[in-house]
Design a protein around this ligand. Structure first.
Ligand SMILES: C=C1C[C@]23C[C@@]1(O)CC[C@H]2[C@@]12CC[C@H](O)[C@@](C)(C(=O)O1)[C@H]2[C@@H]3C(=O)O
Ligand SMILES: O=C(O)CCC(=O)C(=O)O
Ligand SMILES: [Fe+2]
Length: 332
């Protein structure tokens, strides 16, 4: 069932609470408590007063608009052959037949691999483009590490960098994606079938995802009760998603949130940008010992990020890849 933003929520956990909004300018204890609660109850929260400069966000949006406004013949040059997940994509998502009503640019976010030939094709001003991406990623990466450090402290983990060390790693496999959902040409098109999907239901495989979108609606999250609720995205805010890897690291205390995007029914295009904060390929992911309380079962096996990515890319977008790594009766 899809609720409109004005519909009352009729569930235990979501009733009268709504999507958590965290104000980063509040005192540290309140912020920490609210983030932990949001990650447990929703695997998702909206972030306001986050400190990322508006200029970084608007510059990134401007250069991305420039890219998507180019003719398709130009955009497809930003494609790798044989296909890797990186570069320009239109409609096809991944390698296993998933499709959506969007086009996108997917880039590695590690600065070492960011400055490739790509930038000579994406923009007539490649330096402008690469600077905008670099500045944006730098700001959002710092924000992500700050949030992960608040979490580690709030959970009383012995190391403040228990989660953030994965992202600060020189070889972190983090990536950056800009999705563009073109607007419909005329108002009459908006009468066409509702409930079409722009980007299908899934959870993100990484640790954390930081999303920024313009004000065109479409994003929905699924609550623990299985109810899909729309997220109103404000261009000044960020949305934060718990990914599968963080669910595993916290032994299931935090839930990776399933989310999707409905097809754009507006005449204005929707543009979203996601920073997917990920470990290095050879890094081991397993429940942090302190996250397994006495008497609790260990829920997940240990695996490398490389193994998890391989599994993700061999499956469909909507598959529950985390299930492959579950322990049975606490035995791994
Ligand atoms: C169908 C797929 C696309 C995806 C790789 C996958 O096989 C399954 C996970 C998908 C996802 C979702 C979150 C991110 O957008 C993404 C880049 C990722 O890391 O996992 C995409 C992958 C993709 O579009 O390449
Ligand atoms: O475009 C969006 O708003 C979300 C897309 C998404 O979930 C993804 O790219 O993983
Ligand atoms: Fe996602």
């Amino acid at each position: 069932m899809v609720l409109s933003s004005s519909s009352p929520l009729r569930t235990k956990k979501t009733q009268a609470i709504g999507i958590p909004v965290i104000d980063l300018s509040l005192d540290a204890a309140t912020v920490s408590h609210r983030i932990i609660t949001a990650c447990q109850d929703y695997g998702f929260f909206k972030l306001i007063n986050h400190g990322v400069p508006t200029e970084n966000v608007s510059k990134m949006e401007e250069v991305a608009h420039g890219f998507f406004s180019k003719p398709t013949s130009e955009k497809i040059k930003v494609k790798s052959n044989p296909p890797t997940p990186f570069g320009y994509g239109c409609r096809n998502i991944g390698f296993n037949g998933d499709v959506g009503e969007l086009e996108y640019l997917l880039l590695q976010a590690n600065p070492l691999v960011l400055h490739s030939d790509t930038f000579n094709v994406v923009s007539n001003h490649p330096t402008d483009f690469s600077c905008a991406v670099d500045d944006y990623i730098h700001a959002v990466k710092e924000l992500t590490c700050g949030l992960l450090e608040i979490l580690a402290l709030g959970l009383s983990l012995p190391e403040k960098n228990a989660f953030s060390r994965f992202i600060r790693d020189f070889d972190s496999d983090s990536c950056f994606r800009v999705n563009h959902y073109p607007g419909v040409k005329t108002e009459s098109n908006q009468l066409k079938p509702a409930h079409r999907i722009g980007f299908g239901e899934h959870s993100d495989p990484q640790i954390f995802t930081i999303l920024r979108s313009n004000d065109v609606p479409g994003l929905q999250i699924c609550t623990v009760d299985g109810l899909w609720i729309p997220v109103n995205t404000e261009p000044t805010d960020f949305c934060v998603f718990v990914g599968d890897a963080l669910e595993v690291l916290t032994n299931g205390r935090f839930k990776s949130v399933r989310h999707r995007v409905m097809a754009n029914m507006s005449t204005k295009s929707r543009m979203s940008m996601m920073y997917f904060a990920a470990p290095a390929m050879n890094e081991w992911i397993s429940p942090i010992p302190q996250m397994i309380s006495p008497g609790d079962l260990r829920l997940y096996k240990s695996f490398t990020w490389n193994e998890y990515k391989k599994a993700a890319y061999s499956m469909r977008l909507g598959d529950q890849r985390i299930d492959l790594f579950k322990c049975h009766s606490g035995l791994c």
